[in-house]
Ligand binder design. Structure first.
Ligand code: 13P
Length: 254
């Protein structure tokens, strides 16, 4: 049995709607999981999701969080607002936000601090692209993302997750092999150990994301340093996502 409680997060990105909320949440009603499970829908559906949550163990997550608390920042949503909407975690620095919305490590660091100060679990996303992997600089890229994204952060007993999402595996159907995932997760844990100390690093969960599905879940989760999954496309099919969560839950007590 793994000492860290597994976590599965669905990232719906700019997909889904009220009907998907209803069907997805309904499939979790009355079920118990030996894992933390969250869905990150588009902001507008969070309140709808919350009304159903009392009947399931699901958590609501956010795909992003503003670095600002309040003020003249058109289009932003603050950590405080997310908390009020029933959110318990937020993704930070997803590669799509880094690539398309100009997010950088320094901004991620501010967001991690903001999330922590509002008791939202930050899930900092890191990962290399295809060229960086081929150039053998994966570890340098991850090291910079982690050192800068987590600079001067004192966890003070609070929780934090890292999601390793190799960009070449996102939406391509080509998930990292379990061996690659384990190697990279082990490297990430070693960096976390340098940053926060070994004891803290041992308790932090590192998720894998990138073409996760019900076929590769068991093998990925079977790796010692893979503590959870961040699921994109497969989470838009409620039955498929439920199967992934059930497999993770079974593995947790195996
Ligand atoms: P896919 O599971 O569709 O590859 O997406 C992964 C992802 O980006 C989750 O955040």
């Amino acid at each position: 049995m793994k000492q860290r409680k597994p976590i599965v997060i669905a990232n719906w990105k700019l997909n889904g709607g009220l009907d998907l909320i209803c069907v997805s949440v309904a499939s979790f009603i009355g079920k118990h999981f030996n894992a933390d499970i969250a869905i990150c829908p588009p902001y507008i559906y969070m309140r709808d999701m919350m009304t159903f949550l009392q009947f399931s163990e699901l958590h609501i997550g956010s795909q992003n969080v503003s670095r600002f608390e309040s003020g003249a920042y058109t289009g932003e949503t603050s950590a405080q607002m997310l908390k009020e909407a029933g959110c318990s975690l937020c993704l930070i620095g997803h590669s799509e936000r880094r690539a398309m919305f100009g997010e950088n490590n320094e901004g991620c660091q501010i967001k991690v601090c903001t999330a922590l100060s509002h008791d939202l679990l930050p899930v900092l996303c890191v990962g290399e692209n295809q060229q960086q992997r081929e150039a053998n600089i994966t570890e340098d890229v991850l090291n910079t993302q982690l050192r800068e994204g987590l600079a001067n952060i004192d966890l003070q007993g609070k929780d934090l997750c890292i999601a390793y999402e190799p960009i070449w595996a996102i939406g391509t159907g080509l998930a990292a092999t379990p061996k690659i995932a384990q190697e990279v997760h082990q490297f990430i844990r070693a960096q976390l150990s340098d940053i926060f100390g070994a004891e803290t690093a041992n308790g932090l969960r590192i998720l894998y994301g990138g073409s996760v599905n019900k076929i590769n879940t068991r093998e990925l989760l079977g790796q010692p340093d893979v503590d959870g999954l961040l699921v994109g496309g497969a989470s838009l099919d409620p039955g498929h996502f439920l199967t992934i969560c059930e497999q993770v839950s079974e593995l947790a007590i195996a």
